[in-house]
Design a protein around this ligand. Structure first.
Ligand code: NAD
Length: 287
């Protein structure tokens, strides 16, 4: 059965972006978040992103109206009953994800595939919590979803071939290129990216250079579109810390120890661009 209805759980920067891209590529999408203000924020993010596409001439006013019509939003998981494929994008916290997955298992028909957008957590363990290990998979979109081409797909030992094929096809229909990773902590993208970001925080903590010099050195010196500290602000320092903790505890190697300065930023609530304060300060209108 061809997929037409997609559900997304979590209306944060990733969930809203995934829902937007699904609607832009013709799917009907229902987004669920735990509270009304998060839904409102997600909706506003989508509206301003679509406006930018329109300003660049990549979408017409009518296109934008039709995309928004394909999207619906609510606070109840029960509203996902009609969806054929659900993507979970709640914060990078294993116990929270497991709780939501077990609730989804009760709401959704048994043949519905659930994909997690987790950055690092075991797909096998999350799959178990979803009550449908064969129909559970990692679908790791990159941020910002409307602009980034890649979806990293992660199969656990239990994920079926059919689930993998269906997920890869869906990602392609959403205009993405896919890679395949085994179910290892951090998969490929964050196994390699996060230690670099963590090291940038160590360099900052040890006073090796200022934030702008660290970022400029890496940007111009290694040909990256943005420096590691700015990228961490865009990802969310809470998410970066959560991923480092998974790498550290599950790979068991001291080289993955989260930088204490990264932890201090998170403890202070300075978790990056989404709250307008991370390593750098941001203006609301640029958000
Ligand atoms: P975020 O903090 O921006 O958004 C998370 C959303 O989940 C919030 O809107 C929150 O209200 C909602 N939420 C919390 N509890 C919920 C519940 N019980 N039910 C429904 N919604 C709930 O986080 P994000 O950056 O969008 O990250 C989400 C996931 O995507 C994480 O697993 C993260 O690791 C992963 N990810 C993040 C990035 C990135 O660059 N930020 C990239 C790839 C993957």
């Amino acid at each position: 059965m061809a997929i037409q209805n997609i559900g997304v759980v979590g209306a944060g920067q990733m969930g809203a972006g995934i829902a937007q891209v699904a609607a832009m590529t013709g799917f009907l999408v229902h987004v669920v978040d735990v509270n009304a203000s998060a839904l409102e924020k997600g909706r506003a993010m989508v509206a301003s992103s679509l406006q930018r596409f329109q300003k660049k001439g990549e979408l017409s006013e009518q296109d934008v109206a039709q995309i928004l019509e394909r999207m619906s939003w609510s606070e109840s998981l029960k509203d996902l009953l009609a969806t054929q494929f659900v993507i979970e994008a709640v914060p990078e916290n294993e116990s929270l994800k497991k709780k939501i997955l077990s609730e989804l298992n009760i709401v959704l028909a048994p043949d519905v595939v659930i994909a997690s957008n987790t950055s690092s957590i075991s797909i096998a363990r999350l799959g178990k919590a979803s009550g449908r290990s064969e129909r559970f998979i990692g679908m790791h979109f990159m941020n910002p979803v409307p602009r980034m081409k890649l979806v990293e797909i992660i199969r656990s030992l239990a994920t079926s071939d059919q689930t993998y094929q269906m997920t890869a096809e869906l990602a392609q229909k959403m205009g993405k290129t896919t890679t395949l990773s085994k179910d290892y902590p951090g998969f490929v993208a964050n196994r390699i990216l996060m230690p670099m970001i963590n090291e940038a925080f160590f360099a900052l903590m040890e006073g090796v250079a200022s934030p702008t010099d660290i970022d400029m050195t890496m940007k111009l010196g290694t040909n990256q579109p943005m420096g590691p500290l700015q990228l961490a602000d865009f990802i969310g320092l809470d998410t970066c810390l959560a991923i480092m903790e998974v790498l550290h505890s599950e790979l068991g190697d001291g080289k993955y120890r989260p930088c204490p300065l990264l932890r201090q930023y998170v403890d202070a609530g300075w978790v990056g661009k989404k709250v307008l304060q991370g390593v750098y300060r941001y203006e609301a209108e640029n958000n």
